[in-house]
Write a protein that binds this ligand. Sequence first.
Ligand code: PLP
Length: 417
Amino acid sequence: MPTTSTQSPFAIRTKETLGTLAAAGQMKILQTLDSPMDATVTMIDEDGSRHERICMCSNNYLGLANHPDVVEAGIEALRTYGAGTASVRFICGTFAPHHILEKTIAEYMGTEASYTFVSCWNATEALFPTCCEAGDIIISDELNHACIIDSMRLTPVIKKGVKKGIYKHSDMDSVKEVLEKAKNNPEVTGQIWLITDGIFSMEGDIANLPELRKLCDEYNALLVVDDSHAHGVLGTTGRGTHEHYNMCPGAPGFDASLGTIDIFTGTLGKGLGGGAGGFIAASQQLIDLIIQRGRPTLFSNALPVTVAASANTAIRTLINEPQRVQKLKDITKYCREQIKNETDFDVLESPTAICPIIVGPTERAIAMSKQLLEHNIFVIGFGFPVVPEGEARLRIQMSAAHTKEHVSQLVEALKKL
Ligand SMILES: *Cc1c(COP(=O)(O)O)cnc(C)c1O
């Protein structure tokens, strides 16, 4: 007798997995939005009711997701180029907006060249499996983003003999130890790669790039920074974590003696327009290798041209209106002060726009996030396994689109919890 689908091993075990999550109150709900992403959004709840809520869980740091110029650029590109080439770039070519965007990204990040992907996830999975060879080692911060972890898992499958090393979060002694071990490992005969997030998204803390640069120089390692959360946020002109440390060529305050970052991965799906898309920004030589040999570039379509045009306009807007970055810093500072002074909660300090309030148990964070929705504040609670048990948190994320009035409403809601 053929197995019916509900009796397949997959169906049986999945029913159990989903049942366990539901029983533990850990089912994620995909909220429905019926408006653009902005300081406030219109949400449709499960009972069909509509609510206008202040959104403080988006990475729309500069409020560019619904900027009229960003929207118009996408519409114009759709009119001019249609949906896409229906092929990969090396076969059917590249639309002009992709070339323009890649020049803009390189200028913005302060690198020689860049290449775009449908996501930063995709960019990261292109980077290591393409660039590493047997005898190389990839060294990573233990708290790096999931796409880095998965790219490191994938690399030795595609390129046998690539090694891995993990160091304790932002611990420079641990970095040195892992580098020293790599140097003394007779199987490490090639390139050492060291990768870190620029901003770590759960705490909002930032990587110590000047120290990492020094250590990488000492061990002839290439330094890779995934700066996804830092675009539009850090540095006077919002170029990222490297600008924060005066390590961004072309940006104000650049100090060549500190050195520069060899390779960046980044996203267009956060501060830089928020549509989707990712990139590698690096030397022309590395980008050329990615174009010739990267599996995600050879076998998968380009970023949609509408998104390429929107993202280019978002970055241009940021470059032309750096005051947006200061506005974000000011409103974030104000929000932290208000939470500390006006409520019983404490908020983690950092130079970023991520303001986590640690609340303890996972259920508490989830319950508080639900209560905040009733007060028309949209903030997400993160618990185990995304963060350690007992350190669940409400992660408030600020945007240049927020006003002091929005912060007051948040504070009033927090007081009522
Ligand atoms: C958000 C994020 C990503 C994923 O970006 P996508 O473009 O959505 O794939 C990758 N790395 C870091 C550090 C991120 O914060």
